[in-house]
Write a protein that binds this ligand. Structure first.
Ligand code: ZN
Length: 209
């Protein structure tokens, strides 16, 4: 929609897929990854998972958008409300993102690493901290070779600390950034039934507990 000159993560994923690799894209930007979703919406060789604020620009990324044709089930959208914090966001990573990506059995994981979900971001309304992104990448790197592509982020300070944290996670180092974690909204209760109806038949999502 004009914010990116090239869809870098989609180009990388497509190039890897053409070599026969299975690629999972995990989009942590505060906005829905609508362009990436469109590129792979009818394909089953690239899994696309997006966590994003909703309602929010660009208005797409509802849980019922799950892919089409051979791509059905290979798009997973997790829309979360403004005010979702570290714990509530990571709960979705643990319950849905990690088990789905693991079951997809990718050769490569690419993180669309937008950092406008950080609490200092002037546009995003999620209250994440650098450690939230660190923990997410630390969970993904256990599954397969993981890389990240820098995307959105409108606070240069937040962009810096989050990029340092994710960089450390990618090379299996401790998180160099310490920020105070505050309690936020826990969206799992709202999302549970949609995740169950759209994804539990195909993926081993963790509904209980
Ligand atoms: Zn964004």
């Amino acid at each position: 929609m004009g914010f990116c000159l090239f869809s870098n993560v989609a180009l990388a994923a497509d190039a890897l897929a053409r070599e026969g690799r299975r690629v999972a894209i995990v989009d942590v930007d505060v906005h829905h990854g609508n362009g990436t979703q469109d590129v792979f919406y009818e394909r089953d060789d690239v899994l696309f998972v997006s966590l994003h604020q909703s309602p929010f620009y660009p208005g797409t990324g509802h849980a019922h958008e799950i892919g089409r044709g051979p791509g059905e089930g290979y798009t997973v959208n997790l829309p979360v409300p403004s005010g979702t914090g570290h714990a509530g966001w990571l709960e979705l990573v643990d319950r849905v993102v990690v088990p789905v990506v693991e079951a997809f059995s990718p050769d490569v994981i690419l993180v669309s690493a937008g950092f406008d979900a950080h609490r200092e971001d002037p546009i995003g309304g999620l209250d994440l901290v650098a450690d939230t992104f660190y923990e997410a990448v630390a969970g993904l790197r256990e599954i397969a070779a993981t890389g990240a592509v820098l995307e959105g982020g409108y606070s240069l300070e937040a962009l810096e600390v989050c990029a340092r944290s994710v960089g450390a996670a990618l090379i299996w180092e401790a998180n160099p950034v310490k920020e105070t974690i505050t309690e936020g909204v826990r969206p799992w209760g709202m999302l549970r039934s949609e995740v169950e109806s759209y994804h539990a038949g195909r993926w081993p999502v963790r509904l209980g507990g």
